[in-house]
Design a protein around this ligand. Structure first.
Ligand code: IDP
Ligand code: MG
Length: 141
């Protein structure tokens, strides 16, 4: 595959606030191709595993409660330079520091409830994608 993939989640706050369509429109208009997508309820066990790297952080329980409180959209998207370009499109973790036009500036409320996830490396993009989808669902083979 010439393009790279990244993994994204539209988080509970953004789904609850009715932003699924607006966020997907922005992602597609920014040149990303959707390879796989579904709406799921993350279990506590899944959320703890997915965010395992943060298990010693003071906000860990808050993060798990947030991510499991209502449905999320998980998706694998593709584009040249996907990981870096997508992190630019979503903006920094804290939406109050995000630039105009970024997804977190437009649709997020706080550093915790920040609307969207984007992988931080090619390695994590693949691991996170395979956490939710099979290889054949992502790569069509
Ligand atoms: P990222 O999502 O921008 O990569 P990370 O530092 O990897 O940010 O943190 C993962 C998620 O944990 C954030 O997106 C946010 O939902 C939550 N989080 C990060 N820092 C805080 C905090 O200080 N308070 C509450 N939640 C936080
Ligand atoms: Mg992160």
């Amino acid at each position: 595959m010439k393009n790279k993939i990244t993994f994204t989640m539209i988080k509970p706050d953004a789904v609850e606030n009715g932003y699924i369509g607006l966020i997907l429109d922005k992602i597609i208009k920014s040149g990303f191709n959707i390879r796989a997508m579904k709406m799921i309820n993350l279990s506590v066990t899944q959320a703890e595993k997915f965010y395992g790297i943060h298990k010693n952080k003071p906000f860990f329980r808050e993060l798990i409660n947030f991510m499991t409180r209502s449905p999320i959209i998980v998706s694998v998207i593709e584009k040249k330079n996907a990981v870096e370009d997508f992190r630019k499109l979503i903006g920094p973790t804290d939406p109050s520091k995000a630039k105009e036009g970024t997804i977190r500036k437009l649709y997020a409320n706080s550093v915790g409830e920040n609307a969207i996830h984007g992988s931080d490396s090619n390695e994590n993009a693949l691991l996170e994608s395979l956490f939710h989808f099979s290889k054949s669902e992502i790569f069509n083979k």
